[in-house]
Design a protein around this ligand. Structure first.
Ligand SMILES: Cc1ncc(C[n+]2csc(CCOP(=O)(O)OP(=O)(O)O)c2C)c(N)n1
Ligand SMILES: [Mg+2]
Length: 310
């Protein structure tokens, strides 16, 4: 049974849909951000640089954590896959956090247009999480430190809870896998609670991950060996995610199984970076991009005049 009502579940889904849309808009668009007219080659950025594959999963995790922990100031979220910056940026914009450090990132149409156009743009936002991003404590280009940072942040702060999203590729780094041993050293009344979430999307860049290739039993045994209780979240429905977040396990380790690039153009579903590489020159790709962007029905979520509808 979920502890959240139908209206809240719907809100989580809408938030994920808006953030997914904003990711695609950041990656591709330099104009026509709300798709108010037919998409043309002029609307597409000249240089496409960014990572699509990890972003939907980040949006799912972020929306579910936000629903569970709200504005609790003792709760933090650490994002391992910093290459999924467009997802982080969409969420920070939506939370009003970005506007606190960047006056142009207002929660209205000019703000939406600004964050989309400025992503991977000269003098704009970089393609990865960076020290300019509110709340970011290390640069998002190098994988491996997320879990160690989470334990470090909670050291001596028993009041804190920190959720940390770790890519399955990231967990192949020596730093990340060895950081699981920190549970033995740092679990106790003097330190805060850590909630590790493995983003098991099966791939890292173009190759399968070792953990994606392991059987469920093997992965469970590995995680249990480090002293955690594995809890699988396999469905995309927020009910299941919310239910799992309310577990009473002392040392849960969530395994969020998710298709890499879910929601993107079918032929390129697994894409790590840009699924449609040349929509500016290729009219078929342009049509596919328009279809993809329209699949999120942004008009139900955001209005040019009224702003946010959710
Ligand atoms: C230490 C380190 N090695 C290699 C890279 C290059 N790199 C960037 S993203 C990526 C794949 C990450 O895969 P995963 O953690 O599974 O994230 P996903 O995109 O699948 O969510 C790699 C290897 C890096 N950023 N840092
Ligand atoms: Mg992966």
């Amino acid at each position: 049974m979920s502890t959240v009502g139908i209206a809240e579940i719907e809100k989580i889904k809408q938030r994920i849909r808006l953030c997914d849309f904003l990711v695609v808009a950041q990656l591709y668009l330099q104009d026509n951000f709300l798709l108010e007219r037919e998409l043309t080659a002029d609307d597409i950025k000249v240089r496409l640089l960014g990572h699509w594959g990890t972003c939907h999963g980040i949006n799912v995790v972020y929306a579910n954590l936000r629903a569970k922990y709200g504005d609790d100031e003792n709760f933090s979220f650490i994002l391992g896959p910093g290459h999924g910056f467009p997802a982080l940026n969409a969420n920070l914009w939506l939370d009003g956090e970005l506007a606190k450090v960047d006056k142009k990132a207002t929660l209205d149409t000019p703000g939406l247009e600004y964050i989309c156009k400025s992503f991977s743009w000269p003098d704009g936002f970089p393609s990865h999480a960076s020290p300019f991003t509110p709340g970011v404590i290390t640069e998002g280009g190098e994988l491996g430190y997320a879990l160690a940072n989470a334990y470090g942040m909670n050291l001596g702060h028993p009041e804190k809870t920190t959720a940390v999203l770790i890519g399955d590729g990231e967990l192949e780094t020596a730093t990340a896998i060895d950081s699981l041993n920190l549970r033995n050293l740092l679990t106790g009344p003097k330190n805060g609670k850590i909630i590790p979430i493995l983003h098991l999307n099966g791939y890292k860049i173009s190759a399968p991950t070792i953990y994606g290739r392991k059987s469920e039993r093997e992965l469970n045994e590995l995680i249990r060996g480090f002293g955690f209780s594995p809890i699988w979240i396999e469905e995309k429905e927020p009910e299941q995610f919310q239910y799992a977040l309310n577990t009473s396990e002392e040392s849960p380790f969530y395994i969020f199984k998710n298709e890499k690039g879910f929601g993107g153009p079918t032929r390129f579903q697994m894409a790590h970076q840009i699924p449609l590489k040349n929509p500016k020159e290729n009219s078929e790709e342009l049509k596919a991009l328009e279809y993809w962007l329209k699949s999120y029905h942004v008009e139900e979520l955001f209005d040019r005049e009224k702003g946010l509808l959710i």
